[in-house]
Design a protein around this ligand. Structure first.
Ligand code: PEP
Length: 259
């Protein structure tokens, strides 16, 4: 049985996949399978171009809508960018920030992730702030330093009152899209150290409320053991979120642990 204070959150990161018709179809199937249950929070994060079509499918369900990125300014001359207010206008509740793919391919730094996090919180979006080490960093003994630097960098200026809104995703870069998963014990150890860092930054009461998701090749076969760990409060799912049956089966595992 999981910690009732933190409802498990299963979030699907569709990345740059599915056009709006395909996204609407997948959302409709997910809603039909897990759209009325209340035990677990579920969120799907399509591409920007599918947000509106997916919003129409999830509107009367318990499935929340999320985006995969946003700019930190609210409007202006930022060609190609989207603001937090624009996402709210499309009824998005969550936004993934600082995903390792954005850090690697688009040069996002901790300072940029921090500006985005503060802008998302100010616009009443729930940021899912991603942190995680590369294989090289882990193997050279830098795991703890990397996690601490990324977490502190992303959360500068965040206050304890934001605890209910804030979500952290621990995503070891070497486990994303590779089929390699951190063992439940290894993942739990990092999650516990993140909770400790959050306690130092925001106080114990806030740290106990903040959900820390695990991401990195989570799938139906490994979800239950990962999600049963004390400090793993949900999953950020990439590849397995693109098929309704694998995504909803992860949600079912979370429901089983929550009821
Ligand atoms: C992700 O990109 O956030 C992710 C966890 O991907 P995957 O599940 O495919 O490893």
């Amino acid at each position: 049985m999981k910690n009732k204070a933190r409802k498990l959150l299963i979030a699907g990161n569709w990345k740059m996949n599915l056009n709006s018709a395909e996204g609407a179809e997948l959302a409709e199937t997910i809603v039909s399978q897990v759209g009325t249950q209340m035990e677990v929070a579920v969120c799907i994060c399509p591409t920007f171009t599918s947000l509106e079509a997916v919003a129409q499918k999830v509107v009367n369900s318990n499935i929340a809508l999320g985006a995969q990125n946003m700019h930190f300014e609210s409007s202006g001359a930022y060609t190609g960018e989207i603001s937090a207010e624009m996402l709210r206008h499309l009824f998005a509740n969550f936004v993934i920030l600082g995903h390792s793919e954005r850090r690697e391919y688009f040069g996002e730094t901790d300072a940029i992730v921090n500006k985005k996090t503060l802008a998302a919180l100010a616009a009443s979006l729930k940021p899912i702030v991603c942190i995680g080490e590369t294989l090289e960093e882990r193997e050279s003994g830098q795991l703890n330093t990397v996690i601490e630097t990324q977490l502190k960098g992303a959360l500068a200026g965040v206050e304890p009152k934001h605890a209910d809104q804030l979500v952290i995703a621990y995503e070891p870069v070497w486990a994303i899209g590779t089929g390699k998963t951190a063992t439940p014990d290894d993942a739990e150890a990092v999650h516990a150290s993140i909770r400790k860092l959050l306690t130092g930054l925001l106080g114990g009461e806030a740290a106990e409320k903040i959900r820390i998701l695990y991401g990195g090749s989570m799938k139906p076969e490994n979800a239950e053991t990962l999600l049963s760990q004390e400090n793993i409060d949900g999953g950020l799912i990439g590849g397995a979120s693109l098929k309704a049956h694998s995504f909803t089966s992860i949600v079912e595992s979370a429901i089983k642990l929550s009821s």
